[in-house]
Design a binder for this molecule. Sequence first.
Ligand code: PLP
Length: 430
Amino acid sequence: MGTHRENADAQAAGAAAGAVREPDWERVRGDFPVLHRLVRGRPLVYFDNAATTQKPAIVIRTECEYYGTCTANVHRAIHFMAEEATRRYEAVRAAAARFVDAPGAASTVVTRGTTEAINLVARGWAIPRLKPGDRILVTGMEHHSNLVPWQMAARATGAELRSIPVDDAGELDLRRLPELLGNRTRLLALTHVSNVLGTVNPVRQLADAAHAAGAAVLVDAAQSVAHMPVSMAALGADFLAFSGHKMCGPTGVGFLCARPERLEEMEPVFGGGEMIARVEETESTWAEIPHRFEAGTPNIAGVIGMGAAFEVFSELGMDAVQRRDAMLTRVALEQLAAVPGLRIVGAAPDRIGVVAFALEDAHPHDVAQLLDRDGIAIRAGHMCAQPLLRRFGHAALNRASLAFYNRPEEFDVLAESLVRARRALAGGRE
Ligand code: PLP
């Protein structure tokens, strides 16, 4: 019997003994309509959760309900439905702030996702204040969303962009941190969790060092929010960005949570309706934060649907989600390590269930294509982290990334399919 089954049994036994009350994960899984479907005649095995997660029925229903019951624009009109839509929309802003223990709804900006949130800070905060010779510090494991905007900001201002290196285990090498921070770093922008290696970074330690050096701290929480409790206060972040679609919410919804004084320092990036206080022929004044960063009609239905996703996670409890993630991650690592010719990239002890790997003598795209024939969805490519992949000597990798609704048995299916794929790609017979 595989150790992962023992882990699962131990977890169930612990729950039965009353040590911890675990959610009924099979029932939880049952609430995700797409997980019931067949793909190429096989039960879908979805391991591309780091790209986007599946949506439970309540999220889909809540989003549709807005269109069916209270379609109206927010913040604009004084009529019943507009007030209802606005109330529901604003309740989600507050839920987002609570979910990540941010300072409050009043300093939480609704965005289209993590990418837009980070770009807002780059354009609204960094570009107006950085001077030639100032420094922006990132890490060698950033998603392009938390790298390219800083390259643009550096180019626009004459600031320099430096990067904390990644060691062979896939952890940040902090030996040169004091030198990298120096005394001109204005911003440290780093990911909480790597979308390739699954590494959980010691954000608080880095944030304390950055603050001591006079820098602000932006945390990209895109990959952490669905896997562990996230507290902006505990992390010591000035800005924290995340996307709804990576935590069972709709696409096109994200949040930039900030310390209020940081948002006050920020210039609006988009001009238009809703972000102004008064408009004259030739100039305007801005609305209060956070509205001055939200020009135009937002994704109202998506935001309201996102409210249901926050409720799902709150009802499960993030501690239970984290335990589930840890158990599934152990199973994933065990099963993948047992596949002949497979090499896992990254070995950080503090990690979540995002596992990058290379199969000997096989191109990652071919591997993903063969797995797809078995109804298994994994990722192949550079995973929007080209510098990191190059650091490990790859142009492309495969990645299996899990969510709480995955079953331990699905890793057996994955491992068996990988063994067959390797044989097929090596020219053997399946
Ligand atoms: N940051 C990280 C670590 C990510 O994994 C992703 C998406 O994969 C992003 C940022 C970008 O998120 P979005 O595409 O939702 O803006």
